[in-house]
Design a protein around this ligand. Structure first.
Ligand SMILES: [Mn+2]
Length: 243
C-alpha cells in the first residue's frame, strides 16, 4: 500500500494522466493532491474527472478557493444581489482564466471542489498536506486560512508573506513534527527542507508534474538519498507564462 502525493496539476490533464499511468495506483494505494487542481491549464474537466475516477483526496488550493468565490459572485449577480458584494468578489468575474475554467466545471466537479479540506493529516507517515504552507510555531488548528492557501516566505517582521522575496522560505524556518508536504510556490526544482517538502515543480509553466511516493508507514525520506521516492512527468509545453 503506497501513499502518492501529487503536486499542483493546474488543469494539466495529459501530464496527470501520464503520471498516473507511470505510477499505476491500485485500489490499495492512496492518492492525494496538494491543491490547485485546475485553472491556467488546458484541461480542467479532465483533471477533475481523473481525481474522481481514482478516488484521490485533495486539499483546497488558492485557485479552488477563488473558484468557489467566483461561483458565489456569479450567483449573486444572477440573483441581482451583487450590490452587497465586496469589489474584490465582483472583480473575480472579470478574471479571464478563472472564468474560462469555472464555466467548464460540471456539477460533479463543483461538488468535489466544495468538499476539499484545507489540510489532510497522514498520521501513519507523520505528515500533513496543505496547499501553500504554515506559519512556523503556530499549531495547525490556529493557522489562518490565508496562510494555508498562500504563504511563501516569512517577512522582516516575522509575518507570513505571499511574496517570493519577502524573506526566507517558510519551510526553511519551520520545525516539525509533523513534516509538511505542500505545493503553491512553483519552482522547476522541488523544495527540500528538513521538515517540509514542496512539490509544485511548475507543470503549467512548462516544468513538470511531481509526485512523492511513500511506502506504508514510511516517513518522508531524505530525497537526495532516495531519489526514486520522487517521480516527475515533464510538461508537454508551457501553458501559462511564468509571472
Ligand atoms: Mn497555489
Amino acid at each position: 500500500m503506497r501513499t502518492i502525493i501529487i503536486g499542483d496539476a493546474h488543469g494539466c490533464g495529459w501530464e496527470l494522466a501520464t503520471l498516473l499511468d507511470r505510477l499505476g495506483p491500485t485500489a490499495d494505494d492512496q492518492v492525494i493532491m496538494v491543491g490547485d487542481l485546475v485553472v491556467r491549464g488546458p484541461e480542467p474537466l479532465q483533471v477533475l474527472r481523473l481525481v474522481r475516477a481514482i478516488g484521490a483526496r485533495a486539499v483546497r488550493g488558492n485557485h479552488e478557493d477563488r473558484l468557489l468565490r467566483w461561483r458565489a459572485a456569479r450567483h449573486a449577480r444572477t440573483q441581482g444581489t451583487d450590490q452587497g458584494l465586496a469589489a474584490s468578489e465582483t472583480r473575480l468575474l472579470k478574471a479571464k482564466w478563472l472564468t474560462r475554467t469555472a464555466e467548464q466545471i460540471d456539477e460533479d466537479g463543483w461538488a468535489l471542489i466544495e468538499g476539499l479540506p484545507l489540510s489532510l493529516d497522514l498520521p501513519t507517515h507523520d505528515l500533513q498536506v496543505v496547499h501553500a504552507g504554515v506559519e512556523p510555531g503556530v499549531p495547525l488548528a490556529n493557522q489562518a486560512k490565508r496562510t494555508l492557501l498562500t504563504i511563501r516566505t516569512i517577512d522582516d517582521e516575522g509575518q507570513p508573506s505571499e511574496l517570493r522575496d519577502a524573506g526566507p522560505l517558510w519551510g526553511a524556518c519551520y520545525q516539525g513534527p509533523p513534516h509538511i508536504v505542500f505545493g503553491h510556490n512553483a519552482n522547476f526544482k522541488p523544495q527540500l527542507h528538513p521538515w517540509a517538502t514542496g512539490i509544485d515543480t511548475g507543470c503549467v509553466y512548462g516544468g513538470a508534474l511531481t509526485a512523492v511516493v511513500l511506502q506504508a508507514g514510511e516517513a518522508i525520506p531524505e530525497i537526495p538519498r532516495r531519489p526514486e521516492a520522487m517521480v516527475s512527468v515533464q510538461a508537454r509545453k508551457a501553458y501559462y507564462p511564468v509571472a
